[in-house]
Ligand binder design. Structure first.
Ligand code: XMP
Length: 510
């Protein structure tokens, strides 16, 4: 399949560029900027994009690609820092600047023959840069300018090297997708073959080839990723796939029944139900520290899963729902986000079980996984369900996890979900739940004074969970939620609404 390659110079937008190109059905991958031209030749891309990045081409150790890239005859598009790299490489002049140009600008297009083909004369574009090209290199032509940058886009049509100072991948740039498509289609001559139907067919073929007649084990949670992995593998190898669902006692109301019904009855997948509530709860007894809780849950999961694998085996493969952003880390810097809380995963499992790892979604973004799920007839209800953390209610129960607090958390969260659904707001928010801790407050029920728990209702808007805003729900919805929780959930006297955004707060309290 034709491929466009992104050389990542540490831009926060590299994944966005990749997603935009794929949305136009050109296959695109991200590689570190350090990749040698020899290896790039092997990959044989139709075009290369230099991402932006935080560095300045003049600073001492600024990241530079292997210079061999420029003599391979492959078209290159440099974005922002990538644009300056091209200017610098071909002996133009980059102006050093201490001031950043940040925000919207009007791009006046001077040449509409290739990169800007069929695009309006003036478009709004998004700038985010310090340095800028002052003198363009020999052989290059100005393709577009803004009021503060005379060479906001340049191109050398013979060599097929292009540079743009703005970011076509962000939504604030009008016709950004068309510019990237023009590069992929008109300049690189890449074929637009990347569709999820093609992916499913190719992937089934690949699974067949790798797995042969062997058996695959797969942990399922009812989340989109693991369900899609299971549905894809089931289509490829049928009952040689054994799925395992572990009930750890920390699930949402009725979740175990919904997941089993979905997998067994609707998708006809071979799935084993493991009742492990007591095991998890006894391991969590007396544990208050959030990180310890996470570790205990992760370790216990590995224990339970290992026992099942031994009892039901032998298996040869372990399937996991790893996605593309987990596989690719920025070529220059790793963000701090990943280390704020250790997220529960089962990374150690394949080694412990001596299994080969199967990750059929490792090339996909989340929105692509959803498309694959639809092709495989995964019901829409599941695709619309809010994300739920691996350690489950344990991260929504502050302090020790007890049966009573689980009950309060489950019932109250269910009320939050029901009320958002009936107010037609469930699909509009990122997550909505209730948390509970050990704080208590006085209330009066009937004529009786109670000293009940305080429940925290948390509803947030977000696009990718990296940042989040608390949702400004109408007062009457909050009131209804509060009334129902204090009336219907035993042991609760007060309800509060969390009004902290992320950052500085996180979405989950633990
Ligand atoms: P935070 O609380 O870090 O959450 O703002 C960001 C997103 O990640 C989910 N989350 C987790 N998911 N294991 C998971 O699989 C975890 O340990 C975990 N902690 C938080 C959270 O629900 C939100 O969507």
């Amino acid at each position: 399949m034709d491929k466009v390659l992104i050389l990542d110079f540490g831009s926060q937008y590299s994944h966005l560029i990749c997603r935009r190109i794929r949305e136009s059905h050109f296959y695109c991958e991200i590689v570190p900027y350090t990749l040698s031209s020899k290896l790039i030749k092997k990959i044989n891309p139709k075009g290369i994009i230099f991402s932006g990045g935080p560095a300045s081409v003049y600073s001492k150790n600024s990241p530079k690609p292997d210079a061999g890239i420029f003599s391979m005859g492959i078209p290159i598009l440099g974005i922002c820092y990538g644009h300056q790299l091209i200017v610098d490489q071909f002996k133009g002049k980059v102006k050093r600047s201490d001031k950043r140009e940040y925000g919207r600008a009007v791009l006046n297009i001077d040449d509409k023959s290739d990169l800007f083909k069929d695009i309006d004369d003036k478009i709004k574009c998004w700038m985010s840069h310090g340095d800028a090209a002052e003198e363009i290199p020999k052989g290059f032509k100005i393709l577009a300018h803004t009021s503060s940058s005379s060479s906001a886009a340049i191109g050398n049509k013979d060599k097929k090297f292009y540079g743009i100072q703005f970011h076509p991948e962000v939504v604030h740039t009008e016709h950004g997708n068309e510019i990237l498509t023009n590069f992929s289609r008109n300049i690189c001559n890449a074929k637009s073959e990347w569709t999820m139907e093609n992916f499913v067919n190719m992937s089934i073929g690949e699974i067949h080839r790798s797995v042969g007649n062997e058996k695959v084990l797969c942990a399922v949670s009812g989340g989109i990723d693991s369900t899609t992995v299971a549905a894809l593998l089931h289509k490829a190898i049928g009952d040689r796939l054994q799925c395992v669902f572990v009930n750890n006692g920390l699930l949402r109301t009725n979740e175990e029944h919904m997941v089993m019904d979905l997998l067994r009855n609707q998708l006809q997948i071979n799935v084993l139900y493991v009742e492990a509530q007591k095991r998890f709860l006894s391991k969590l007894k007396g544990i208050v520290d959030p990180e310890k809780k996470r570790k205990i849950i992760g370790n216990e999961f590995v224990e339970v899963f290992t026992e099942i694998a031994k009892k039901r085996g032998p298996f040869h493969w372990l399937a996991q729902g790893t996605l593309y952003p987990d596989v690719i880390e920025s070529g220059v810097s790793k963000g701090p986000a990943s280390v704020i809380k250790t997220h529960h995963n089962v990374g150690g499992l394949p080694k412990k079980l001596g299994l080969k790892l199967l990750e059929p979604l490792r090339d996909l973004y989340k929105d692509e996984v959803k498309q694959v799920a639809r092709i495989l007839n995964v019901p829409d209800d599941l695709l619309k369900r809010h994300p739920f953390p691996g350690p489950g209610l344990a991260v929504r129960i502050i302090g020790e996890v007890t049966k009573k607090k689980i009950e309060i958390c489950k019932k109250s969260s269910n009320i939050v979900e029901e009320e958002l659904l009936s107010a037609n707001r469930y699909d509009k928010v990122w997550q909505a739940y209730a948390a509970v801790g050990d704080d208590r407050a006085v209330g009066v029920v009937g004529d009786e004074r109670i000293y009940g728990h305080i429940v925290i209702v948390r509803v947030v808007d977000s696009i990718d969970a990296m940042t989040a805003d608390w949702t400004k729900l109408p007062y009457d919805v909050i009131e209804k939620i509060s009334d129902r929780i204090t009336n219907e959930v035993e042991g609760v006297s007060w309800v509060t609404y969390a009004v902290s955004s992320k950052p500085p707060a996180t979405i989950e309290p633990q």
